[in-house]
Design a protein around this ligand. Structure first.
Ligand code: SF4
Ligand code: F3S
Ligand code: FES
Length: 241
């Protein structure tokens, strides 16, 4: 397996460069195995994030042959010839394949990713029927890998980089459509802006790359529709969900 890997250590290198590594691999290995082998056997200075190795933690998002994804989910057998490995676009490179995800999580937090309640706490938990949970069960698969946001052309453009991005909106969807949530007016104010859901131009890149097969574009569309419905005369914000 030949891997051409983006390298950059801002403390040492004047500019980024690429280094090609040759690794022995089985067809059933994943690209993450190859990267680990490089680090263990050839070059311990190569930096990348990983944890679970099985598409659960979301920490190893990177660009593989130009497409954002998780190397722990990519089988060697799916590739031919040299594979190009680069960091996620949009974010500042801290070292090699590690990017600064602080702005990603700031945007995520800006949309209140938690249940907002006003009514008194019940004696036990706030119950929800299975059909209520099914509404957002796709969204709760999100592992915050940032592949969608890094792939979105709106986030990539300098003039629209303030857009919260698809990952934050998937989580906003999850709470907007939770039957137990009582924060609709606040959510509407956060989402009905060009930096919020209205910034999405339905370009579908997010859905194409999502490693958890979440219907990201569709969910953003449902948020926009919910905003539209709420703003119709007679449906003023604050009139309930
Ligand atoms: Fe990753 Fe998909 Fe969540 Fe985006 S929506 S952060 S691509 S899991
Ligand atoms: Fe971007 Fe996805 Fe919308 S790619 S423009 S967030 S549909
Ligand atoms: Fe955890 Fe890939 S290493 S998702």
């Amino acid at each position: 397996m030949l891997l051409k890997v983006f390298r950059y250590d801002p403390e040492k290198d004047e500019k980024p460069y690429y280094r090609t590594y040759e690794v022995e691999a089985w067809p059933s290995d994943r690209l993450l195995d190859c990267l680990n082998r490089i680090r263990w056997e050839q070059d311990p200075t190569l930096s990348f994030r990983m944890s679970c190795g099985h598409g659960v933690c979301g920490s190893d998002g990177m660009r593989i042959n130009g497409i954002c994804g998780l190397p722990c989910q990519k089988l060697v057998s799916a590739f031919e010839g040299e594979v190009l490995i680069e960091p996620l676009p949009v974010f500042r490179v801290k070292k090699d394949l590690i990017v600064d995800l602080d702005p990603f999580f700031e945007k995520y937090r800006s949309l209140a990713p938690y249940l907002i309640t006003r009514s008194d706490a019940p004696e036990r938990e706030r119950f929800q029927l299975p059909e209520g949970q099914r509404v957002f069960e796709d969204a709760i698969r999100c592992i915050l890998c940032a592949c969608c946001t890094a792939s979105c052309p709106v986030n990539q453009a300098k003039e629209t980089e303030a857009y919260v991005g698809p990952a934050a909106l998937v989580r906003a969807f999850r709470y907007l459509f939770d039957s137990r949530d009582e924060g609709f007016p606040e959510r509407l104010a956060l989402l009905d802006r060009k930096e919020g859901a209205q910034g999405c131009r339905t370009l579908w890149k997010c859905t194409e790359v999502c490693p958890k097969q979440i219907p990201v574009t569709k969910e953003i569309g449902q948020i926009k529709r919910r905003i539209y419905e709420a703003k119709k005369p007679g449906n003023e914000p604050g009139m309930g969900k």
